[in-house]
Design a binder for this molecule. Structure first.
Ligand code: G
Ligand code: G
Ligand code: MN
Length: 580
């Protein structure tokens, strides 16, 4: 092909290059070709070159360095095209230079096994020098190197881009901040395609993509296309469920606006599944969360939106390779990887937030969110639980102080203790020091001791609980009904609240015995001068039954699952919307 130029002078190559006679020939070439004028600008780039990498006519050679790099065995390093032209001009010109066994790199893609050929052509008046660069590359390599980050039909960033971006976001977003991942899938895709036809369906997808792109005008939104009829949208700053619904409303408004454009379009609708950071912490968790939510949305009909509730999905058991060690826990304490989640405790009859139970979560940099069941038992065996409890107490009291400063209405926070805390001689002095440090009235703090832990050494428990009581701290007996406490101790311990274990609440409606036990527990607690908190309240019917029995407080998914700080603060400000 080079024969058409040779290395001799040719008539001026037209500035626009439009009238070039050779253009069709070069365009149909199996080599990627660019022609450069005076080592400054590219005056021609053939089809293959454009397919390989959009190098447009008019691109400056200087700018190419940011677009494409060349590796040649001669230079032994990644170099710019300008460097190659330099080498050619100094060493070989006017002869042709061949770089065999070369590679090119662009957009993180590499193609190897190439030969690059550079020749010089001078205009008749010797004023203008043209370089012709030819990259011979096997066709299958070019096809492999197609743009892997954009959808070919719509130009939207595709799933590779989405996954890469979300990984970066999870690494760089602190758990105090938030974002949502919305996966949307067209309902009745196959049906609409059969009505519209294949080509029209492509037009529709392009139209939807273009309209969704408009969302990106708001910097919080970023739109991706996963498959033909699947889009993924990342929305930043979604602290509350309302923020998420605002985002899905925007998306739905766009879809609605298309419906009038064509009779077929009135059938289009999307189901959406949403997952949230930091409830889901890693790319895997976010994608699984959003896809699971999407599949539930699809099950419940068309146009549904389901927001994943990470806490409700099965807490995944850690794999053997993820086993936690004592030194992991030590690192986590030092690096402040433990987070406080808050589960509201609701009073009756007005369903206000009276307090919250503080529950530990571990944001592990590699393993993702680790739930307490996976490390609290180990921490209890090796005694590190005492440091963990102190950490949780310190963060909880500090938070209360912040709320006081910012004028939140005062609430009570409950922190879980373990038997080892009661054993430890340092525990109570530490606790007193923290109360003093953050200047918190002791009755705002409630310590939860499980029934089982309290019975390990009842004499010691009695002594320690009494000491706490004397400090003014409140006490809850947790998981009540799962251990074997005797009435004698129960009556004797200075307990403020009895927390009925969720196993009784959950099958109250199907298990008459449990229903009667719950009713008796409420009476017993009241007889002993304690109030009652029902745990694991998941259904409206549970609330109704529990209210009939005179239960004082409720805690459970029906009201809220354990949630991160900002979301909880939102509830504190706005209350929980409960309809019974
Ligand atoms: O949501 P949840 O998975 O948080 O809690 C599982 C168990 O872990 C519960 O029994 C709860 O009491 C316990 N747990 C949660 N946070 C803490 C904590 O800070 N300290 C102790 N000792 N136990 C906790
Ligand atoms: O400290 P305790 O064992 O009570 O910890 C409460 C546990 O119960 C936590 O694991 C919390 O996530 C879980 N939980 C809270 N509310 C509900 C609920 O409504 N249903 C279920 N199944 N679990 C709940
Ligand atoms: Mn508890």
């Amino acid at each position: 092909m080079f024969g058409i130029f040779g290395n001799k002078k040719i008539a001026d190559i037209d500035k626009e290059s439009e009238s070039l006679l050779f253009k069709p020939t070069i365009n149909s070439s199996h080599d990627a070709v660019i022609i450069i004028r005076d080592r400054k600008s590219i005056i021609f780039s053939n089809h293959l070159m454009k397919k390989l990498k959009m190098i447009k006519t008019g691109t400056l050679v200087d700018d190419l360095e940011d677009i494409i790099l060349f590796y040649t065995p001669v230079m032994k390093d990644w170099s710019s095209l300008d460097d190659l032209l330099d080498y050619h001009d100094k060493v070989n010109a006017p002869e042709t230079t061949m770089f065999v066994g070369s590679k090119i790199k662009f957009d993180k893609k590499e193609i190897d096994g190439l030969s690059i050929q550079i020749s010089t052509v001078t205009s008749e008046d010797n004023d203008t020098i043209f370089h012709i660069v030819l990259i011979h590359c096997p066709l299958e390599k070019i096809n492999d190197a197609r743009d892997i980050y954009h959808n070919a039909l719509t130009g939207l960033p595709n799933q590779n881009r989405a996954y890469a971006d979300i990984s970066i976001l999870t690494a760089n977003t602190s758990p105090e901040n938030s974002f949502a991942v919305i996966i949307m899938e067209m309902d009745n895709f196959a049906k609409i395609r059969s009505m519209a036809g294949y080509k029209e369906m492509n037009d529709l997808i392009i139209l939807i993509a273009n309209r969704l792109k408009e969302l990106s005008k708001d910097e919080r939104f970023k739109v991706y296309q996963l498959l033909h009829e699947n889009f993924l949208i990342v929305v930043k700053d979604t602290q509350t469920i309302n923020d998420i619904y605002e985002a899905t409303d925007k998306i739905n408004a766009i879809i609605e606006s298309l419906k009038g454009m064509n009779p077929v379009y009135k059938h289009i609708g999307f189901s959406m599944g949403v997952s949230r950071y930091p409830q889901e912490l890693t790319l895997d968790e976010l994608l699984n969360g959003a896809y699971n939510a999407l599949s539930r949305a699809k099950e419940s009909g068309e146009g549904q939106i389901v927001i994943s509730s990470a806490e409700k999905t099965e807490k995944k058991k850690l794999q053997l390779k993820d086993m936690i060690t004592a030194s992991d826990i030590k690192d986590a304490l030092e690096n402040e990887q433990f987070l406080l989640y808050f589960q509201p405790i609701i009073n009756q009859p007005h369903f206000n937030i009276a307090g919250a139970e503080v529950l530990i979560r571990w944001k592990h940099p590699e393993k993702g969110m680790i739930f307490p069941d996976s490390f609290i038992p180990l921490a209890e065996r090796n005694g590190m639980i005492v440091d963990i409890t102190t950490y949780m107490l310190s963060k909880a009291l500090k938070q209360m102080k912040n709320w006081k400063t910012f004028g939140f209405k005062p609430i009570e926070l409950s922190v879980n203790l373990s038997a080892k805390d009661l054993d430890s001689d340092e525990f109570l002095p530490n606790l007193q020091a923290l109360l003093n440090k953050y200047d918190i009235e002791p009755f705002r703090l409630k310590c939860e001791v499980t029934e089982t832990a309290s019975m390990i050494n009842p004499t010691l428990t009695h002594k320690k609980l009494q000491a706490m009581k004397n400090m003014g701290i409140k006490i809850s007996l947790d998981d009540f009904g799962t251990g074997y406490s005797s009435f004698a101790y129960l009556a004797d311990f200075p307990i403020d609240s009895l927390k009925i274990d969720k196993s009784f609440i959950q099958d109250m409606n199907t298990n008459e015995k449990h229903k009667n036990i719950v009713s008796s527990m409420v009476k017993l607690a009241h007889t002993l001068g304690m109030n009652v908190i029902a745990e694991g309240v998941e259904r409206k019917s549970d609330v109704k039954t529990l209210m009939e029995y005179g239960t004082d407080f409720f805690q459970g998914y029906f009201f809220s699952k354990p949630i991160p700080l900002l979301e909880f603060q939102h509830l504190l400000k706005n209350g929980i919307d409960v309809k019974i």
